[in-house]
Ligand binder design. Structure first.
Ligand code: ADP
Ligand code: MG
Length: 257
């Protein structure tokens, strides 16, 4: 059974077919990259799956339940996680407190005043921080973190919710190439251990080809290819939307949008 099955999904903005009759599946435990040039419809796809946008038509089956049009909170509760920005919301808390809040929220405990939360789940939160390589930062204020470290905390928070599908739209945006590679490598390691399926976008083709189990390609709202790294790299239609005719990924290392 697929964890996620998207069927004939469409969304227009005015006259723009941002997502046009798109269908694909994500298998259990699969690490699936969604790629395509800027404006291809990737974020619109993500936002329909996570509930921020209602589709015009089509189905989004999560574990066989149609979640199309449900509220983000309801989709999240069903087990669809996503990375989100911590710093803006919880900057005044320490790193470990941020993860504790996620654990509390996941368990749907009422904590009322701040005090009791201070000790609740601290050990589990520290353990999650250790897994993302941030144990040493546990008691530092979140607002002091470097950008790349915030991304690791976001990952710990996403994992605290024990999702079965994790959505990551440009998780490495703004990161240097080396950092991108390290973050995606870490994500893959952690989700494989847990059997979590992942749908992610990533601009670095080197990273996509290195880590994705399968790659799907959008261009102008349409799904134009679906296959493993070798098949996508050789696909003439994919090469054309990225580079125009005559060039390939091999000729354009690091130059992909
Ligand atoms: P990607 O994430 O692949 O770069 P998007 O899904 O953000 O692409 O955008 C797909 C198309 O839909 C683009 O033409 C974009 O301008 C348009 N679009 C996206 N969101 C909106 C919106 N809220 N209102 C109007 N047009 C939008
Ligand atoms: Mg986008």
């Amino acid at each position: 059974m697929s964890v996620l099955a998207v069927k004939s999904l469409s969304k227009s903005f005015g006259g723009v077919h941002a997502v046009n009759q798109v269908s694909f599946t994500v298998a259990r435990g699969e690490f699936l990259a969604l790629i395509g040039p800027n404006g291809a419809g990737k974020s619109t796809c993500f936002n329909m799956i996570n509930g921020q946008l209602a589709p015009d038509s089509g189905e989004i089956l999560f574990e066989d339940k149609n979640i199309a049009g449900l509220a983000p909170r309801d989709i999240w509760r069903l087990g669809v996680g996503r990375t989100f920005q911590v710093a803006a919301t919880f900057g005044s808390m320490t790193v470990v407190e941020n993860v504790q809040m996620a654990l509390i929220s996941h368990g749907r405990e009422t904590y009322g005043l701040w005090r009791p939360a201070a000790s609740l789940h601290r050990e589990r939160a520290i353990d999650l921080l250790a897994q993302v390589g941030m144990r040493e930062a546990a008691d530092r204020p979140s607002r002091e973190l470097a950008y790349g470290d915030v991304k690791r905390i976001e990952l710990a928070i996403a994992l605290a919710n024990e999702p079965r599908l994790l959505l990551m739209d440009e998780p490495t945006a703004g990161m240097a190439p080396r950092e991108r590679n390290d973050l995606i490598k870490l994500v893959k390691q952690l989700v494989v251990e847990r059997g979590i399926s992942v749908l992610f976008t990533e601009h670095s083709m080197d990273v996509v080809f290195a880590y994705a189990d399968r790659i799907i390609v959008l261009a102008r709202g349409r799904l134009i290819a679906d296959g493993d790294a070798a098949a996508i790299r050789e696909n003439p239609q994919v090469q054309e939307v990225y580079f125009g005719t005559g060039k390939t990924f091999a000729h354009a290392q690091g130059a992909a949008p």
